[in-house]
Ligand binder design. Structure first.
Ligand SMILES: Cc1ncc(C[n+]2csc(CCOP(=O)(O)OP(=O)(O)O)c2C)c(N)n1
Ligand SMILES: [Mg+2]
Length: 348
């Protein structure tokens, strides 16, 4: 009997699988580019203000800022269908909410623990939710949103609603066991989900290279036959281009896909971070060379958008953020009776 051919270990894997095409950068119109700029700048100014309010004692508990990573949420979410797709993320969630067009006032009021906050002031920074917008949190358990997101994708498939789930998680979360159980099910059942690894290079104080045997995180789905694409997460057009490719893959019924977004967190992990694990020069070099907002600013300049136009925009954004902060400081805290509501959902 003829023996099955033996492949040398050094040979590349058998190319028996279809792969997504390499994404092209999104060809944005002038107006779309302006919109990206606006949304990214809103996230940045909002987060700076949140940092200040934290320092002043208006915000309690944990608070993880998204500064530096703005292009990821804005680029990816701009490609979604707001009527049917869903989003889930971890605790670094303010930017994702803002990129979804959720009112900055109710996000800031959630941060300050007020009744008008999007989770009635009971969730805080890490547990923001808007089921109305199909934004399912806001989760403090590292990696939990990957399994929950896989459940959301199951729901999309089960009810045949045409939706896709975008499930964000970090480079640190990518080493959690439940991520791989989820990958297996998602591919087996061809669930409509895009796994977005926001590789901001650090999990608290541990760099990705110190913690990950395979640090090319887009490859993490290989043994489950889930394709992956590595994306410049500091370039909003690259992010949007990758989202288009990933959505086309998933919407065609080909199952899950992984996007590894190479990005960078400028601020500390949370509001208390000794910052001993990297140098100031490292952070400054990224700010100088790869800032996602400066990048779009240059593109806008090439499109003939003037400094004066950008200044007006900046003033509008500062006004929006200041109004959100004033609201968040002045609106009342929840009634004590609220301790007993939203604790259990009963279904009959
Ligand atoms: C299951 C679990 N383990 C540990 C923690 C503590 N913890 C909070 S954030 C974090 C780092 C996660 O890093 P990463 O996934 O890269 O996300 P990033 O903070 O960079 O956005 C850890 C270990 C936790 N919240 N949950
Ligand atoms: Mg990280």
């Amino acid at each position: 009997m003829a023996k099955a051919p033996v492949r040398a270990l050094s040979e590349p894997p058998i190319p028996n699988r279809e792969r997504p095409a390499d994404p092209a950068p999104y060809a944005a119109t002038r107006d779309e580019l302006l919109q990206f700029y606006k949304e990214m700048l809103l996230i940045r100014r909002f987060e700076e203000k949140a940092g200040q309010l934290y320092g002043l004692g208006f915000i309690g508990g944990f608070c993880h800022l998204y500064i530096g990573q703005e292009a990821v949420a804005v680029g990816l979410q701009s490609a979604l269908d707001g009527d049917k797709d869903s989003v889930i993320t971890g605790y670094r969630d303010h930017g994702h909410m803002l990129a979804y067009g959720i009112d900055p006032k109710v996000i800031m009021a959630e941060l300050t623990g007020r009744a008008a906050g999007i989770s009635k002031g009971k969730g805080g920074s890490m547990h923001m939710f808007s089921t109305e917008k199909r934004f399912y949190g806001g989760h403090g358990i590292v990696g939990a949103q990957v399994s929950l997101g896989t459940g959301l994708a199951f729901k999309h498939k089960y009810s045949d609603d045409g939706g896709v789930c975008l499930a964000y998680f970090g480079d640190g979360a990518a080493n959690q066991g439940q991520v791989y159980e989820s990958f297996n099910m998602a591919e087996l059942w061809k669930l409509p989900i895009i796994y977005v690894i926001e590789n901001n290079q650090y999990a608290m104080g541990t760099s990705v290279n110190r913690a990950s045997a395979e640090d090319q995180l887009y490859r993490r789905g290989e043994s489950f036959r889930i394709p992956g694409i590595q994306v410049d997460g500091m370039d909003v057009l690259a992010c949007r281009g990758a989202a288009e490719e990933a959505l086309a893959w998933v919407r065609a019924g080909k199952g899950p896909i992984i996007l590894e977004m190479k990005t960078y967190r400028y601020r500390g992990h949370s509001m208390s971070d000794p910052a001993k694990y990297r140098s100031r020069e490292e952070v400054q070099a990224v700010r100088d060379k790869s800032d996602p907002i400066e990048h779009v600013k240059k593109l806008l300049d090439e499109q003939g958008v003037t400094e004066a136009e950008l200044k007006t925009l900046e003033q509008e954004i500062r006004k929006t953020v200041n109004e959100a902060a004033d609201f968040a400081e002045s609106t009342p805290e929840p009634e004590h009776a609220e301790l007993y509501t939203d604790v259990l959902v009963e279904r009959y």
